[in-house]
Design a binder for this molecule. Sequence first.
Ligand code: AMP
Length: 123
Amino acid sequence: MTDSTIFDKIINKEIPADVVYEDELALAFKDINPQAPFHVLVIPKQRIATINDVNEQNSHLIGHLYAVAAKLAKEHGFAEDGYRAVINCNEHGGQTVYHLHLHLLAGKPMGWPPYQDTKKGLI
Ligand code: AMP
């Protein structure tokens, strides 16, 4: 089992969060530092540290996170315009909390590619 994170405290209601959805497998709450007009984190209640820890036993949870994201996007009126639903992995992916989470970002057009480096040859 990986180390506990702040998200376990949110799951266990030990610290507050602006929860927008909850079921037996997942929890969704507003990101404390939003990067879009609508920025929600969808997390599995079971602790999975990173995408590297996804396997045949727990991969159904990842599908569930995306099902919750799709439901929230529809409910909040972002489905047609579109949105981004991403999971960062480890340092190069920009992960800071080691309890896997899906970022649901919506309400404005997103840039792509997400990262550009002026140093020749990096991309
Ligand atoms: P990542 O960098 O992909 O690991 O994303 C971690 C996200 O968790 C960041 O967008 C943070 O703003 C967010 N975050 C950290 N602590 C909290 C918290 N207590 N409540 C809500 N969001 C949080």
